[in-house]
Design a protein around this ligand. Structure first.
Ligand code: FMN
Length: 365
């Protein structure tokens, strides 16, 4: 049942994680997906993480279908991809079928291997426009909307949802079953309700109910997976076909490679070395720089640096310089100094990502 590894015990990997996976006709290299995180899952991050290994499918931040139809630059930025970023899914939100269809066709023309429809986003901006988790409140209309997108594109269409709006309306199993009938290739389930936001525990029993409700499509379990033990428990307790990891990938972008090693050998393999961690940070920054230019790359990177400095443990003065990053030249100079200095304390394995999420009453989000 348990493998021992450098003093730690790991639950055995379920056989399904070694089986090939496909969404519709699209082969997916592993059953470990990167979940969309608006503001973080940029092309630069996806490329940097992919190079660490083990990754299955990636999904973009959510993109407003109407903004694509109206050709807004920000939407195009969010949906940006390239041939090395495959297989990838562009996530759309909206509730107007004609816009969703048009945006989905645009996504496919611009490289998407799959299209994901957001039915989980709890924030007001998205919900008030009738998209995100609001779609779960009008199940028939939501199924019709999804069916029309399925009919508009040749690539697999998936849906990402929560368990329901609140504890009284746990509609995910019935909705997933209806969406299967409408032709979706998979459903990704974050095991919380909209009312929960990001609070409380993920309900694996809730995800299991969705797995049991569908006939053949894969259900992807999501929520609070940070470690091999969390991944094993999600597979075991839900019966899901794959898992998707969001916040845990920010603090540990090597988690996919560790999961892939666990799937094959029963252990996560060696921890990422200091050099690998620094290389990943540098790749991520340079990919941002290439795409966003110096000012935006520095600004965006400041938001991400805390996870890298926590993982790399550079001397305080160098961390401080990275946190207040002022130029690309300074980044390169600082990274050279970080390499020369080495870590100031033992490198952490797993640590809590602490991603800021909205708090307070959910109707104010
Ligand atoms: C900052 C942030 C941004 C998110 N953005 C999206 C998004 O754009 N689309 C989406 O479907 N879910 C989004 N989510 C939800 C995540 O994909 C995921 O369902 C949730 O965080 C639970 O998984 P995790 O514990 O692995 O992060 C977001 C979550 C966070 C914390």
């Amino acid at each position: 049942m348990f493998e021992r590894h450098e003093g730690a015990a790991y639950p055995s990997a379920p056989p399904i994680v070694r089986e090939p996976m496909a969404l519709g006709g699209l082969p997916i290299p592993s059953r470990f997906f990167l979940a969309p995180l608006a503001g973080y899952t940029s092309l630069a991050f996806r490329l940097a993480v992919r190079q660490c290994g083990g990754l299955g499918l990636v999904t973009t931040d959510l993109v407003n279908a109407r903004s694509i139809v109206e050709k807004r630059g920000r939407a195009f930025e969010l949906a940006e991809t390239c041939p090395e970023d495959r297989p990838m899914s562009i996530q759309l939100y909206g509730h107007v079928a004609s816009e969703m269809r048009q945006a989905a066709r645009w996504a496919v023309e611009h490289g998407a291997s799959a299209v994901d429809i957001n039915m989980g986003c709890p924030v007001n901006k998205v919900v008030k426009s009738g998209g995100g988790s609001a779609l779960m409140c009008q199940a028939d209309a939501a199924v019709e909307l999804v069916a029309s997108v399925v009919g508009a594109v040749e690539v697999p269409v998936t849906v990402k949802m929560r368990l329901g709006w609140d504890d009284e309306t746990l509609i995910a199993p019935a909705l997933a079953r209806a969406l299967e009938g409408a032709g979706v290739a998979a459903v990704i389930v974050h095991g919380r309700t909209r009312a929960q936001g990001f609070r409380g525990d993920v309900s694996r029993a809730g995800i299991r109910a969705v797995v049991e409700a569908v006939e053949r499509i894969p259900i992807v379990g999501n929520g609070d997976i940070r470690t091999i033990a969390d991944a094993a428990a999600t597979f075991r307790e839900t019966g899901c076909a794959a898992i998707s990891i969001g916040r845990g990938a920010l603090s540990n972008p090597f988690i996919f490679r560790q999961l892939a090693h666990w799937a094959e050998h029963g252990t996560p393999g060696p921890e990422a070395t200091f050099e690998e961690r620094v290389d990943l940070m540098a790749r991520h920054f340079h990919a941002l720089l290439e795409r966003r230019g110096e000012r935006l790359a520095c600004l965006q990177f400041r938001k991400l640096i805390k996870w890298y400095t926590h993982s790399i443990r550079p001397p305080k003065a160098l961390s401080h310089r990275l946190i207040n990053l002022a130029s690309a030249r300074l980044f390169d100079v600082t990274v050279a100094e970080v390499r020369a200095a080495g870590p100031t304390s033992p490198l952490p394995g797993h640590f809590e990502p602490k991603v800021p999420v909205p708090t307070g009453p959910i109707d104010k989000w």
